[in-house]
Design a protein around this ligand. Structure first.
Ligand code: AMP
Length: 475
């Protein structure tokens, strides 16, 4: 009971004040376990669920243990895989720094490095960087890492997956060997990280519910459906869930763009996030989503760990993630902190086996989504006939046959036309020819409205009218 308070973890008054400013009343399990170790100067290797509060688990004690110096060398270095994560960490650090007076600098790619270099020159205590940009700055001698006392490797498994580990190794080589090191990862397998490479001493292990890999805050669903039915289903799902915050994950940038365009056309407020979007576009999309101006965010996996938005109601895996860890990270976007969320994974029939192995990894079977709002059979039929038509359009033989059929139909039409005209002419001509061969064709309406002359004509043409009537009667 007593330990479940920030004030019992050994944090100073100024950092406790920061907890209040952050709105945190009670530490999360990873914070309860990690904070005392970090304050005691221990190395830490932490396996923490996404959304478990791991950022504060390292940021609160780090800024408490390494006071502000405001020199041009950082004493705390936080290396993280994505720009969005870097900004997210910086947000937490900035709030703490209001009480502790640290200078916090973010160094990430995708934007000019000039302001970052200028900020570092002016003074930096906490440097939060992505590996690529940090290496850039190091090679330009724009940053000196010899003063780093604490290194945090955030989302270390992700950096490994994304191929950043050689960069991380180079960065670690530039740091003082006697530093304190904290490694945070969603999943930890001893074999993955070379412990001797990362830690100079035996790290303390922190593990939050390793038996359940995904957060309990998220109700997980799955839905088996053909690929072609995904677009109409998604639209129906979003219409059914208006007013909710929904993240849709797709595998590729192209797919994200396609889904985005389709939803925009359906007048759904939507934005997108992927690696080809500029830093400004990404930030704008995230802010709009966070402020509720945009209900749906479509994103690739590169950003699945960088999105920290409160109260995400649904995470939809439009495409299966490439790796099981990505699934954990994606659905970790929903149900963050103490909020409940839902996830839905769309599975095509050929992915059933793949999904079953993901379920084994997660340690349970995921429930089927009930579909009172969507007629799957009808949608499947429509999608199938649409697919057949699309296939026909692509089939050169069918296209050739269609052309030939059209040409034949035209030819037939041409042959029929003169015959019909020939058959039709005498009938039409008879209207006038019997009374006068030289008379022009005048429409009956004109005849009716053409005054005296018309009356004359009517008089003159009376016999012929009689003839037509007579013919008609005979006919
Ligand atoms: P993280 O796992 O660091 O990405 O944090 C996930 C979310 O939990 C963030 O939105 C944090 O603001 C929030 N959070 C972290 N620690 C706490 C806490 N002790 N109480 C309430 N919310 C928290």
């Amino acid at each position: 009971m007593c330990a479940n308070q920030f004030k019992n973890l050994g944090l100073s008054d100024s950092v406790l004040k920061a907890c209040d400013s952050l709105g945190y009343t009670q530490p999360t399990p990873v914070q309860t376990q990690a904070i005392p170790y970090v304050l005691a100067g221990e190395d830490v290797m932490a396996e923490a669920k996404t959304g478990s509060g791991k950022t504060a688990a390292f940021a609160l004690p780090a800024l408490d243990a390494y006071p502000a110096i405001k020199g041009s060398k950082p004493s705390i270095l936080i290396v993280t895989p994505t720009r969005e994560l870097a900004f997210q960490i910086a947000e937490v650090c900035q709030v703490i720094a209001k009480s502790t007076h640290h200078r916090v600098v973010v160094a990430v790619g995708g934007v000019s490095d000039k302001p970052q270099k200028a900020q570092i020159k002016r003074g930096v205590d906490v440097l939060i960087a992505t590996p690529g940009r940090l290496l850039d700055l190091m090679s330009q001698k724009a940053v000196c890492l010899t003063g780093v006392g604490l290194l945090v490797l955030d989302e270390a498994d992700r950096m490994l997956d994304m191929g950043f580990w050689p960069d991380v190794r180079t960065i670690m080589g530039a740091l003082p060997p006697a530093r304190q090191t904290l490694l945070f990862s969603a999943t930890l397998k001893d074999a993955v990280f070379d412990m001797d490479e990362v830690f100079a001493r035996q790290p303390k292990r922190v593990s939050v519910s390793p038996e359940t890999r995904t957060t309990d805050q998220v109700e997980q669903y799955k839905l088996l459906l053909p690929q072609d039915v995904k677009p109409p289903f998604l639209q129906a799902f979003l219409s059914e869930h208006t007013g909710k915050r929904i993240i849709v994950f797709a595998r590729t940038k192209n797919r994200v763009d396609t889904i985005f365009r389709r939803l925009s056309r359906a007048h759904i407020t939507v934005d997108r996030l992927h690696a080809d979007r500029s830093q400004n576009q990404r930030q704008r999309a995230l802010s709009a989503f966070a402020e509720g101006k945009v209900e749906v965010l479509v994103a690739t996996d590169v950003l699945s760990r960088g999105i920290d938005v409160q109260d995400v109601d649904w995470v939809i895996n439009y495409d299966l993630p490439r790796q099981a860890q990505d699934y954990v990270h994606r659905i970790g976007r929903a149900g963050r902190a103490n909020a409940k969320g839902n996830s839905l994974t769309l599975i095509t029939p050929d992915q059933e086996l793949e999904f079953r192995s993901l379920e084994r990894y997660l340690g349970g079977t995921i429930q089927e989504l009930a579909l009172p709002f969507f007629n799957m059979d009808e949608a499947t039929k429509i999608a199938q006939s649409r697919a057949i038509r699309a296939q026909d359009r692509r089939d050169p033989e069918i296209q050739q046959a269609k052309k030939e059929y059209k040409a034949r139909a035209k030819r037939k039409q041409r042959v029929k036309e003169p015959a019909r005209q020939a058959h039709a002419k005498p009938q039409k001509a008879s209207r006038f020819s019997k009374s006068s061969n030289t008379k022009k064709r005048v429409s009956p309406t004109k005849q009716r409205s053409s005054g005296a002359q018309g009356n004359n004509r009517r008089k003159q043409s009376k016999p012929s009218h009689g003839t037509i009537k007579g013919q008609a009667k005979r006919g």
